[in-house]
Design a protein around this ligand. Structure first.
Ligand code: GLC
Length: 402
């Protein structure tokens, strides 16, 4: 297949123009006009990273539009209905809040802001965003770490951004082979329970569903570090020291509570039961530099490059091929997603695994060329599944030149 003639940026610019929405003086991007016609938290962070490559003003607007929905307590909801989409295929969910969800998503905001600032050093933008990031991170430490052990917990699989991942089967009391509707029903039940608990976590929702998930904690540690970088850039030494300290505490807690050799497992409930399901999450600690070099080498060699697990014809599946739950066409249960590829790519680069990272970039591009801008791709055949006109494959722009 010839990659060189294909210009992904031109296609991505067209896609983003098509998915752009404006409302009340704000602008945001919908992940997919048909399937996801609203604003989502970590999607917008990905969008800003992508847009920073070709339209910096729009990248800033995307993050500002997200920031304006921050609650008084610092939370930014994972989903925002700016307006009712005309012919939505997305089910209307009662999240318990007016026009937004009551759940979180992995806190990628600081990373996205910093990425934008690195392209365009606009101090005003940075100074406006630092308090937003600071309040969001303090909210997570306050509300999602009620026992002060420096790991944040999630109360619904949707908060991981990987709604149907088999990492949550045990918490949902579901078997590894399951119907998509059964999974959905359980997640809706948790939303209702959260609403009825008046959104109280400690002693209420953390009894119903409490997963200290590896990717969200790795992403949090990385973003706390970026908060410190931003504060340093703005000469706010006190804020920088505090954020750096929290980043270290989260990293140490991840090693303490999650590590088994070179592997980190998410854990469940107040007794920290490890969830030993091999998903792409085992590579997410690389993104935040949590493993030592030797540990990382073993992880990459034994799992990423293992054809029985994660080395498939089209790159890194979200679930290892030898897991009982693996389904090459199942939602978050096997297919390749370009955002998970991107996290792994960034992690590999951090450790100097340049060749392995380049392979992921190459595989991602191959998938996009073969099947277009889709939500997920079959790791065995490359076929595209789920939403069309989906924005996340745009992250390829952040994998090609670095
Ligand atoms: C799906 C994904 C979630 C994403 C949303 C919008 O629910 O699992 O991560 O934010 O779609 O793209």
């Amino acid at each position: 297949m010839v990659h060189n003639a294909y210009d992904p940026q031109r296609e991505i610019e067209k896609l983003f123009a098509h998915n752009r929405r404006e409302k009340d003086g704000h602008a945001y991007t919908v992940p997919s006009p048909d399937s996801y016609p609203y604003q989502w938290f970590w999607d917008s962070c990905f969008h800003a990273i992508i847009l920073s490559r070709f339209d910096i003003a729009t990248a800033k607007a995307e993050l500002r539009s997200l920031a304006c929905w921050q609650f008084k307590n610092g939370m930014i909801p994972h989903m925002i209905y700016w307006e009712r989409a005309p012919k939505s295929t997305f089910p209307t969910i009662r999240w318990g809040k007016r026009r937004t969800s009551s759940l979180i998503q992995p806190p990628m905001l600081a990373y996205a802001v910093w990425q934008v600032y690195k392209v365009d050093p606009d101090q005003r933008f940075l100074a406006d965003m630092l308090p937003v990031i600071h309040r969001l991170h303090r909210f997570l430490l306050r509300q999602r770490d009620p026992r002060h052990n420096h790991l944040i917990g999630i109360i619904n699989p949707d908060e991981s951004g990987e709604d149907n991942s088999p990492r949550f089967d045990q918490a949902l009391h579901l078997k590894s082979k399951q119907k998509i509707d059964a999974n959905y029903k359980e997640r809706l039940r948790l939303i209702e329970q959260f609403r009825q608990s008046h959104f109280v976590i400690k002693g209420r929702m953390d009894q119903a569903h409490w997963v200290r998930d590896v990717p969200i904690n790795a992403i949090f540690a990385a973003n706390l570090d970026v908060e410190a970088d931003i504060a340093e850039e703005l000469d706010d030494t006190g804020a920088a020291i505090a954020a750096r300290r929290y980043a270290l505490l989260v990293r140490n807690a991840m090693r303490h509570y999650m590590r088994d050799g070179y592997m980190l497992w998410s854990n469940l409930g107040l007794d920290y039961t490890p969830i030993e399901v091999k998903t792409w999450a085992i590579f997410s600690p690389l993104f935040a530099g949590i493993l030592h070099k030797k540990e990382a080498e073993e992880l990459v060699e034994k799992h990423l490059l293992n054809p029985k697990e994660f080395a498939t014809p089209y790159g890194v599946p979200t679930v290892a091929c030898d897991e009982p739950s693996f389904d090459p066409a199942g939602f978050w249960r096997g297919p390749v997603w370009i955002a998970t590829n991107w996290f792994i790519y960034r992690g590999l680069k951090r450790y100097g695994f340049d060749e392995e990272a380049a392979k992921i970039a190459d595989d991602s591009l191959k998938l996009i060329q073969l099947s277009g801008f889709r939500e997920q791709y079959d790791p065995l055949t490359g076929e595209g599944y789920g939403a069309r006109g989906f924005t996340w494959p745009g992250l390829i722009l952040d994998m090609l030149e670095n």
